[in-house]
Design a protein around this ligand. Sequence first.
Ligand code: TTP
Ligand code: MG
Length: 400
Amino acid sequence: MKTKKIILHVDMDAFFAAIEQREHPEFIGHPVIVGADPQGGKGRGVVSTCSYEARKFGIHSAMPISRAYKLCPQGIYIPPNGSLYSQVSKDIFKLFYEFTDLVEPLSIDEAFLDISGCIKLFGSARIIGEKLKYRIYEVQTLTSSVGIAPNKFLAKIASDLEKPDGLVIVDENNIQSFLNPLKLSRMWGAGKKTIEKFERFGIYTIGDLAKLPLNVLEQKFGKLGKHFYMLSRGIDDRPVIPEHLVKSVSNEFTFSEDILDINVLNKTLLRLSEKVGYRMRQKGLTGKTVHLKLRYEGFDTITRNKTLKHPTSNTDIIFKVINDLFTTNYEKKRKVRLLGVGMSGFQNKTGSQLSLFEQSDEKPSELDIVEDLIRKKFGKDAISRAEGLSKTKDPDRWIE
Ligand code: TTP
Ligand code: MG
């Protein structure tokens, strides 16, 4: 018999803005906007996030900063301090492990915890949710929102329903009535176009969707039909994958201003490839699949990948593939907000998954070896082939 799962999703409230309010108590109770410089309404770039006080003015993440300024000129505008936010994030994640080792990080401020095995120890799911929120507040003076449910899909919806400082528990006997009134945008995988398509059929809520038979959904949405069928009934079997089993290494970079300059984009891709190559080599890993993440102005994001014949951790090879992926997929003249490089399809150092006659490109180049030594001695950022990049990058914005 399959044991019942209990999944907890935790997401920090107004994360970057809340940290700024904590660091500057005089900002508490005021609209705080973290993002690009508004320059009196003429600024370029976007809002990273804003405090709940600022949300009352209609401001939200990814909104042009000039628009935010029009809506709330009296707001407190702050540039992001990425290294501080990364550190706070790391410290918060440590607290999750006080409850379970089954922690899957999702982003800088959210994670899934599989708490199925520790209910007895703590008493109940609700007690775990309350304790976790309390610990985060006790150590960090930051509020978080928690959702607890029989699966990831429901837990993630639940954590968002009563933000900020929310705790929502989905009763396993009332899943359908929990889902029925919710908008389709809550469905993982339902983008703008899909929602428009549903609306043309008079489907507006998850409850409407749950009335459709599987064959109709498959006819209209192909493979995604089954996915929507399952989710609209609250069925989701995805396991929580703990960090040490996450099978990829990636780094991304968010520009403080959206970028058109192809030189800056290329240098950033090289820098990211170096970082990923370095981390792979430190872990003794080689990988076969190279991933590119490309986010345009306004949060429109694509991911592309290519699988190599032979596994590698060689920076030159990673960069060459990334460069090819970028050149083929980048829509010229579109401003870029974020770039990411990743590797997956790992083999370990002994090449245990390599077939006998398969040749490995594992050998790091001489340059990789020298650079790794320098990094070990002087720190991760001591050297980069993307020379000159330091002039254009804002080091606070590296998020790993
Ligand atoms: P979110 O968890 O989406 O937002 P939030 O924590 O600020 O607010 P909420 O209470 O609604 O959860 O994202 C976490 C952080 O990631 C956020 O504080 C800033 C950053 N971020 C951006 O920089 N740009 C974006 O467009 C988004 C959505 C988030
Ligand atoms: Mg958040």
